[in-house]
Design a protein around this ligand. Structure first.
Ligand SMILES: [Zn+2]
Length: 190
């Protein structure tokens, strides 16, 4: 398959996974004209399975670490980091697509509704590469979870599944406080 055909196939697959035009432009804007990407988006409409993902793409790390999204955010980042580690010379769009495919297959296999469309998965990757979100190992089950980067919990993190009930509320508060301080940092940076 030549480059053009490969890009086209990838873009169509990404649209099926809920990728928005802005995301496709940032991934493929250097390889093909933006007008061409627009045309592909117009002729290939995304299926309706990502209705939840309308409106602005959330920028706040706390959104991706909320109770409803945490396990899928963690799954995607674990897969992405694994794929990127194996395929060190891979290009970003390919790495993202490969990891999203694996993520999607896992959800289909475990009969779980996807809550993270390709656009949100891209943003999650973006937050990790900006150093706002990190994977952090649960000291109890050793699984890696997405969490606020630069947290002082690094060596003492217990995931929601392993966490005793009494701790959940206080750690929740901690998350909120962390989110606030991240916001302040971001505001200060601008
Ligand atoms: Zn755990």
């Amino acid at each position: 398959m030549n480059h053009e055909a490969k890009h086209l196939a990838n873009i169509i697959e990404m649209i099926d996974f809920g990728a928005r035009r802005t995301i496709l432009e940032s991934l493929y804007g250097n390889s093909m004209p933006v007008s061409r990407i627009k045309k592909i988006c117009e002729t290939h409409l995304s299926p309706n399975r990502f209705q939840f993902s309308k409106g602005k793409i959330p920028k706040d790390p706390a959104h991706y670490l909320s109770t409803g999204l945490l396990s899928q955010s963690s799954l995607f980042l674990n897969l992405f980091n694994k794929v990127a580690e194996i395929d060190k010379r891979g290009e970003l769009p390919d790495l993202l697509l490969k990891s999203y495919r694996a993520f999607n297959e896992f959800l289909v296999f475990s009969k779980t509704e996807p809550k993270l469309c390709f656009s949100l998965a891209f943003k999650l990757y973006d937050l990790q590469s900006n150093g706002e979100i990190n994977l952090i190992k649960c000291k109890s089950c050793q699984a890696k979870f997405a969490f606020f980067a630069q947290t002082n919990l690094t060596s003492d993190f217990t995931c929601p599944q392993c966490r005793p009930k009494s701790l959940k509320s206080s750690q929740g508060l901690n998350c909120n406080r962390q989110a606030k301080s991240q916001e302040n940092l971001a505001a200060g940076a601008i």
